[in-house]
Design a protein around this ligand. Structure first.
Ligand code: T5A
Ligand code: NA
Length: 207
């Protein structure tokens, strides 16, 4: 049995990540592939509830402490990720460690410091960065409800993502400016085709 693929969708707030993850889930399901969705942060765990409370500004936390909690939230699910992939199920993840680095760097934490806690996590087979100017993202509905959803912060988060793109050539940037949901979906599918048609090497790469 071949293992599942690990696909990650990244981007600033409101860029259409959840929408596209849902579209991919439907597409894979319809084509008969075993597939599941994951979302980071996973707010359902104990750690995830602390993160949720922080994101809703109900609690305050030291910048380093919340950074480590976001990473811990990935680590607590890491064995589940490995087992799921090895069991032949594809994972579509709505955000992952790249958000972890970008948002903390945007607050002023050191780039290399930010990458360290995630080292050793399962490495995705494909990472997409949905790129939308922060000003356009801001015009989408429900913007501004959570911490980080301001133009100033999002602009700094985007700069951090640009550095991640430079350092990790395997991240695929997709300009979604004025692109319909359907056309972004088509672009993601097209980019995934070679991966879907090739047989996967055993999972052994880590971040
Ligand atoms: N964070 C996260 C960290 O600081 N460290 C970490 O390690 C991690 C993992 C989590 C927050 O935590 C931070 C980053 C975040 O600030 P979240 O739960 O992921 O937040 O929430 P958001 O990223 O804010 O996700 P959203 O759900 O708000 O945005 P999405 O998923 O990018 O966008 P989506 O799909 O919900 O779409 C937003 C709106 O745009 C429309 C949709 O219908 C919707 O109304 N839309 C489009 N409109 C026009 N054209 C298109 N192509 C469209 N696609 C979607
Ligand atoms: Na989302």
């Amino acid at each position: 049995m071949s293992r599942g693929l690990f696909i990650v969708v990244e981007g600033l707030d409101r860029t259409g990540k959840s929408t596209q993850c849902a579209q991919l889930l439907n597409h894979f399901t319809a084509s008969g592939r075993k597939v599941t969705l994951m979302k980071f942060p996973d707010r359902t765990t104990n750690i995830g509830q602390m993160i949720n409370s922080y994101l809703q500004s109900k609690t305050e936390l030291n910048d380093h402490a919340i950074h480590l909690l976001f990473s811990a939230n990935r680590w607590e699910l890491s064995q589940h990720i490995v087992d799921t992939l090895n069991g032949g199920t594809t994972i579509i993840a709505d955000r992952y460690a790249y958000s972890g680095v970008a948002y903390s760097v945007a607050k002023g934490l050191n780039y290399n410091y930010c990458k360290n806690p995630d080292k050793g996590l399962p490495k995705p087979d494909k990472v997409f960065f949905l790129d939308l100017p922060p000003l356009l993202a801001q015009q989408r509905e429900d913007y501004g409800e959570e911490r980080y959803e301001s133009l100033e912060i999002q602009t700094r988060v985007r700069s951090a993502f640009v550095q991640l793109l430079q350092d990790n050539q395997y991240i695929h940037k997709l300009d979604v400016t004025r692109q319909s949901i359907e056309s972004v979906h088509q672009a993601l599918k097209q980019e995934l085709t070679p991966l879907l048609e090739s047989s996967q090497e055993p999972l052994r790469h880590t971040l």
